[in-house]
Design a protein around this ligand. Structure first.
Ligand code: ADP
Ligand code: MG
Length: 913
């Protein structure tokens, strides 16, 4: 009866007038889109202030760290307990999480009362009571003898210091137990349980209900990174962020955004009613934003407005009633009821009558309008702050568009008929470049605590498993000393005639006996084969006052099918390139002395001869092994009948490196390469070089140390990943030391570790990408990029995205970085251990207490990796403490060095004539 009467009225002019009357009266409560955008911007500044170390103490929005660093990935499993204190009820829960195929969560829960006298009694009583309830629950389920992990939802303002340590700042929501403020609540609970002694549990995490909301939704939707609660007493939000001080990763932050405005930031939009509510509250001047939006205040705001309008004669014919004048008598649920599209007006009349009023139809319409304005403002303010959070996350990720999910809980959001829709709509309007999904969270404070615990449990287990695997790639000092010792032994075996044949480190004589003396001069050609590029060079060496080296070079590619074809094809191709170069330099037909940098293991009996022992580094041209490469080159030159060259020296790139560096620094008597491959040469006493007659002076020995380990000397250090890389290589079983150190392999080792981690579900959520399965896809240069200290984590992520690992998370990036650094550290340490054997041998050869020596180093890995040189230097200092080693970068040893060797040889030859 009343209904049809009201409904008829609803469409009249009069109705419109009454709405307008209210709108005019509440003009200040109705915020425009511009107002809201402005609030959003202000809030973003507040967030920054809260996050900054220096600005935090004075910030209103505290942005508290929660120590929750990861959201569920769906593989969590096990039984978990949860306590929920600080919500409407105190509860104990058992949550079963199973991951077998379909994610499933089962819960048992029991609500316990907390009597008024305990809420306001002593802290000891309160925690004894909580422990008692827990004991009762465990007893009932028959699980008292199991030590289960427990998550504690404690929804009061806390200063959290660890995942399982949180200090209560101040009680709220009617709690007042003494002796708890300023104390760690986990400690208090542990103490209470221990005092009983009848059960034991493992308290893993203490969380706030918003964290629980985010985590619960995160279990169903991995994009969920924001938790929002708009409930009876609280409304705040959480998000994850990149930690400020360049720290790794992200952490969930409890924003405590209810305090927005406590420093006056919202004074211009607060109305007289907001001020009145605040003045009459338990905590005046505090939580001003919360007082504009949360369920605890919406009803009260409406009541204050109705009273004022009545007193102004705008409602109820100027009448008020004792009920209407009593704080708290207009509940927020009334607002929800009055805004129901169908039954709203009926409810309005019932509610107003319930308050002892005798409302006219106009009064009902006006009251409904007041409700709409108050609750709309709440939803829109909430949208403005949420928009700021979304923009911040988007900027953190440097993403054009953000796709994210907000987990929401709370009675206002869930029960109010219009709140959710208004919030969602306004968020989309304020941040059009975000795709936001709102997901209702079921029981965030119960299930969520269990989820945090489950995630912490999974992370701990996974962390241990990852470290167990990575530890196989970490070397102890004793292991490194052992490498040094074995290298020493192999060096001696390689030098000695008797053992040379079976030695892995071949210690090849190079017939280079002298470093440059500065009188060398002339034009020389150099060839550089065996590196990443094949090059032809013209080198002008000047002596005397104008002593200098000038170089021209041209890079040629050697197609894959030629490296794998016949030797004739390979050398014809080389000669073709030389001819092209001479023409390019305008020196067609010239006959110059030539140094041939040939960076593969060769037997030399003379400087101008090199018998290839075996191809390495992916070369496989047939008919070359066992042949003299100088002859192969000369034959090809004759075949071309184009020009003639005088092949003076066959040079290993390590020797070239040493010579180049030696041209500037006479102390340089070692050459080291860490590029595609790795190798070393040094000046050895002739008396030790048994393969060459004569005991006078020294000769440079090309160690070919890459083959160290080929008789099993490194087997006890090798991991499954080294074996995998070896198995997939061109020469399985060969160059085992090189395969643990050099650029051709480090990326592959990392890739194999990543594959293993992924297969075990420890990385990329267990999803194997096709690209990662591709050999060589993880180049060693990525190690340098990823390990660069200047690189933010999101750049690591973009490298991973480049590799097709698009769904990688922040945690994945951290782990990939760790894998890279473990692998490159091992490489640098192994290299340093080998080098320490070399320089200590030189020291002992010369009977010196102390040796000061320079090592000329070349190779892109050494030069561009951010930590390789440092780690190698540290290892050297540790393993060869009696040597003072200068590591000098050598520029273009294989080009310039080859020419210098040729020049020295020509000088000696001319002098001999
Ligand atoms: P080579 O040893 O073949 O003469 P380089 O010394 O230039 O030539 O080494 C090339 C190798 O260095 C490449 O095969 C690659 O593995 C590695 N590399 C290239 N760029 C980088 C980088 N930025 N950081 C580390 N290693 C790199
Ligand atoms: Mg090189």
């Amino acid at each position: 009866m009343i209904a049809s009467h009201l409904l008829a009225y609803y469409f009249t002019e009069l109705h419109h007038d009454h709405v307008q009357k209210v709108d005019k009266f509440l003009y200040h409560m109705r915020l425009s889109d511009e107002n809201l955008m402005d609030v959003s911007k202000r809030f973003r500044r507040e967030m920054d202030k809260g996050l900054g170390r220096d600005t935090n103490p004075t910030a209103a929005v505290k942005m508290l760290p929660t120590f929750v660093r990861s959201t569920p990935d769906g593989t969590e499993t096990g039984d978990f307990l949860a306590l929920d204190l600080g919500g409407t009820n105190f509860r104990v829960l058992l949550v079963r999480v199973s991951s077998n195929g379909k994610q499933k969560v089962e819960m048992e829960n029991q609500i316990y009362a907390i009597p008024e006298n305990i809420m306001r009694g002593s802290g000891t009583e309160l925690f004894d009571h909580i422990a008692e309830c827990l004991a009762n629950f465990l007893e009932k389920l028959g699980i008292k003898d199991k030590k289960l992990p427990l998550g504690f939802t404690f929804s009061f303002p806390c200063q959290q210091t660890k995942l399982d340590e949180s200090f209560l700042v101040s009680w709220t929501k009617g709690f007042k137990a003494s002796g708890v403020e300023g104390r760690d609540v986990v400690g208090l609970l542990r103490k209470a349980i221990k005092k009983r002694g009848d059960f034991d549990i493992d308290i893993v995490a203490v969380i706030n209900d918003t964290v629980g909301t985010m985590m619960t939704c995160g279990y169903d939707d991995h994009h969920c990174e924001i938790g929002l609660i708009v409930g009876e007493s609280l409304s705040y939000i959480l998000r994850q962020l990149d930690l400020v001080d360049g720290d790794e990763g992200r952490m969930c932050v409890n924003m405590e955004w209810g305090a927005f405005g406590d420093d006056g930031a919202l004074d211009d939009i607060r109305t007289e009613f907001d001020r009145e509510i605040d003045a009459g509250s338990l905590n005046p001047g505090k939580q001003l934003f919360e007082k504009m939006i949360s369920g605890m205040y919406i009803g009260e705001l409406v009541r204050l407005i109705l009273v004022k309008m009545a007193k102004d004669g705008l409602l109820f014919q100027g009448h008020t009633t004792p009920d209407l004048l009593t704080t708290g008598h207009f509940q927020t649920s009334f607002v929800s009821a009055m805004e129901n599209k169908k039954s709203g007006l009926v409810s309005a009349e019932q509610v107003l009558r319930g308050l002892g009023l005798d409302p006219s139809p106009e009064d009902c319409v006006a009251t409904q309008r007041v409700c709409q304005i108050v609750s709309t403002r709440a939803a829109h303010l909430c949208a403005a702050t949420l928009a700021a959070v979304l923009r911040q996350i988007r900027d953190n990720k440097a993403a054009e568009r953000l796709r994210t999910t907000v987990g929401v809980d709370g009675s206002v959001y869930k029960n109010h008929p219009q709140f959710a829709r208004r919030l969602n709509k306004m968020v989309r309007l304020l941040v059009p470049d975000c795709d936001v999904r709102f997901l209702r969270s079921e029981d965030g404070s119960g299930k969520g605590a269990a989820m945090v615990t489950a995630v912490a449990h999974r992370l701990a287990k996974q962390h241990a498993e990852r470290q167990r695997i990575l530890n196989t790639l970490r070397l102890s000092r004793d292991q490194l000393l052992e490498v040094k010792k074995r290298m020493e032994e192999e060096m001696n075996r390689g030098l000695a005639k008797k053992t040379h044949a079976t030695a892995t480190v071949k210690m090849l004589p190079t017939f280079v006996r002298s470093t440059p003396d500065g009188t060398e001069r002339g034009d020389f050609l150099a060839l550089d084969l065996g590196g990443t590029n094949f090059r032809v060079l013209l080198v002008r060496v000047r002596s005397g006052k104008r002593r200098s080296v000038e170089m021209h070079n041209k890079i040629y590619t050697i197609p894959q099918d030629i490296t794998q074809g016949t030797g004739e094809e390979l050398f014809d191709h080389i000669v073709h390139c030389i001819a092209d170069f001479l023409e390019y330099m305008g020196m067609k037909g010239a006959s110059l002395p030539l140094g041939f940098t040939f960076s593969f293991p060769c037997h030399q009996t003379r400087l101008d001869q090199g018998i290839l022992i075996k191809w390495t580094k992916g070369f496989k041209a047939s008919g070359c092994e066992g042949e003299d490469v100088a002859t192969l080159l000369k034959d090809a030159i004759h075949r071309s009948e184009d020009f003639d060259l005088d092949v003076v020296a066959v040079v290993n790139d390590t020797v070239g490196t040493m010579m180049t560096c030696g041209y500037e620094d006479p102390q340089c008597e070692v050459g080291l390469i860490v590029g595609t491959g790795t190798n070393t040469c040094y000046m050895e006493e002739m008396s030790n070089v048994e393969l060459v007659d004569g005991d006078e002076g020294r000769m440079c020995v090309n160690m070919e140390w890459g083959a160290f380990g080929d008789r099993g000397e490194l087997d006890d250090l090798c991991t499954e990943f080294d074996r995998a890389v070896d198995d997939q290589s061109t020469y399985p079983g060969k160059q085992r030391y090189e395969k643990m150190i050099s650029g051709m392999y480090l990326g592959e080792i990392v890739r194999n570790v990543l594959l293993d981690f992924t297969a075990k579900g420890l990385l990329f959520r267990g999803k194997l990408s096709e690209r990662l399965k591709t050999r060589g896809i993880f180049e060693t240069k990525f190690l340098s990029q990823i390990e660069s200290d200047r690189l933010a984590l999101r750049q690591v992520r973009s490298i991973l995205q480049h590799l097709g690992l698009t769904s990688s998370t922040c945690d994945d990036s951290i782990l990939v970085k760790e894998v890279c650094s473990v692998v490159s550290k091992r490489a640098a340490q192994l290299c340093g251990a080998g080098l320490s054997a070399v320089i200590d041998k030189i020291r002992l050869n010369r009977g010196l207490e102390k040796l000061s020596i320079t090592v000329g180093v070349d190779g892109t890995l050494y030069k561009l990796h951010p930590h390789f040189a440092t780690i190698m230097r540290e290892t050297l200092r540790d393993l060869a403490p009696n040597c003072e080693v200068t590591l000098a970068q050598s520029e273009d040893g294989s080009g310039k060095g080859a020419a210098l060797i040729t020049a020295v040889a020509c000088r000696l030859r001319d002098a001999g004539k």
